[in-house]
Each structure stands twice: as structure tokens, then as C-alpha cells.
Write a protein that binds this ligand. Sequence first.
Ligand code: P6P
Length: 345
Amino acid sequence: MGRITTLGEFIVQSQSNHPEAKGELSRLLSAIRLAAKVVNSQTNKAGLVDNIMGNVGTTNVQGEQQKKLDVYANDVFIDALQARHELCGIASEEEDDFVAFTSKECKNAKYVLLMDPLDGSSNIDVNVSIGTIFSIYQRQSPVGTVATMEDFLQKGVEQVAAGYVIYGSSTMLVYSTGNGVNGFTFDPTVGVFYLSHPNMRCPKSGKIYSINEGNYPHLPSGVRNYIKHCKELDPPTKRPYTARYIGSLVSDFHRNLIKGGIYLYPSNSLAPNGKLRLLYECNPLAFLVEDAGGKATDGRGKRILEIEPKELHQRTPFFIGSSNMVDEVEQFLEESDTRKAVEVM
Ligand code: P6P
């Protein structure tokens, strides 16, 4: 086997491409690597260690049952990241408000991080893959002070880095600092992430559509028409599309990033703004997919990365994946809006 690059080597090499860099972002990414290994060690034995399975008995700000592994992953990432003194604060799906790190070292830090520490955690107890999603910004408040909300309410285009960890058939860390998306696969025998997916590109088109069709009666008519289109046999002998929906955003996103496809979580009559969170689910994945040549919008032509955040846990409709497929579903939505507009005239 030819020599392959470790994540640690890759981080150092990437930093050397930026002579002005002082290593803060590198140390931050290394802390994420450490936390991912720790969380991975627990997810891989969730079925064996009963203090990891099941619910904590509390709910998060989303009103969702907090799984023991949700809270565990949240604490592991916060502890690992705070210890490196490169963040002045963290926002998390599992925390009602942002967490400001008030030590002198952390108040002097330049970055903030937003995360969903364990997305898809309802799948833990049934052994389906789950993931961590993270997003990194430069702080807006003065260095040396305590982090403020303005540090976290930034548009996705301002991200300096974003990525995810997928705890699946193998554990991978995929991230970008804006110059290409690279995937690293964890080798548990030596405890090292190796560069396995250099310069990941999202195919312009694909055959996979990922949506919870259980919401069909509540979906906008344009989305319903798109789903019908995906099922049309054209020509009759050929099946144009394949439905794949794992119910774990990181897993559905990762597969579509590699194979081509689209993930849709539209607004619907049950969830007027959709379900997914702008700041720590949609923005980081939108940053990655655009850097890989894909697209991410709100279904109405607005780039996810351009949405101006108003609150920490705000939701947004989410259409992400192969650019031609995102364009196609937006066409269905536009045609449906036009028809509705004509009907009311
Ligand atoms: P639904 C998991 O709760 C999650 O946030 C994503 O990982 C997943 O894609 C979506 O929600 C599933 O939501 O409504 O289809 O069960």
C-alpha cells in the first residue's frame, strides 16, 4: 500500500500553505479529531454499554428526547475544544444558549464553533449510522472579551471551516476550509484517520432522492409534483430515480455527496420552516457541498449560505446535493407557485 497521509499530517501541510497562519485553526481541527475518536469509541459499543443506550429523561431546546449519547457527545466535544483554548465559545443543538468560555486564554481566542454533536441520534438504539456536524467562524466581538451572540449569528458564507464525522460502517471525518473537501477514514487498529477521499466532488446529477415521503400529504405541491416525477417511468421500462432515506442527515448527505443525489427537507404544513437547523446542520453541509461543486438552497432560489440568521436554533427548508437536481426541484416549486398565482387572479 502506497504511503497515505494522516489527518494530522494533512492539517500541518494545509497550514504550511498559509504562511500567515499561526496554527490556531490547526489546533482546533486537531481537537475535533480527538473528540471524534472519543465519541466513536462509545458509539461503536452503544449496544454493549447500557449507560450509553436510551434516553437521559430530559429534552433539549428542540423539545427532543435527549439520548445519553447525545449528551455524552456534546460534553466530549465541549471539553476537548475548550481545553485547546482556540475557541471563545460554542453553540450546540443540545444547549439552549451559546456557551461562552470565560478563561483568559479562551477570551483571547479568535474562533467560535457551532455543532450538532450527534445528529440522527434516534437511530442509535437501532444501530443506524449517525453523525457530528460542525461549523467554525472567526469571532466578531473584540478578542479578549467574552463571546457574544453576534459571534454566532453569522451568515454561512462567513464560515472559515465546516465538516462532519459519520459514525457508520467505518468512521469518517470530512471537512473543508474552503479549498476543497477531503475525507479521512478512521483505522481503529492504530487510532488514526487516513486520507481516503481526497478532493471530494459532488456529481452534477444523480438518481437518488432523499425525503421522508411520510410527510407527502403536508408537502408543498411543487415538491409533491417532483416526487411524482421521480417515480414516473420514462421510458416505461426504466426507473429514473431511486429513493434512499436513512433518517440520518449526515448519512444521507454523505452518500449523495459521493454518488450524486438530492436531500430534501421542505417546509410543510406541520413544520412551516422545515425541520433542520440553519446554523449547525444546514450551513456547514451547504459550505461543504458548494466547495465540492454541489448546491444548497431553501427551495426558493436563496443560497443557504446567504440566509441572515436571526436566532441560534432557527430552522430553514433545506434542498442540498447535485446542482442539476436542486435546480430541477426548484423548477417544480416555481411552476407550482406560478400556477397558484394564476389561479388566484
Ligand atoms: P424525519 C434527525 O432527527 C434529523 O435531524 C436528520 O438527521 C434527519 O435527516 C431528519 O431529522 C429526519 O427527520 O422528520 O424524516 O424523521
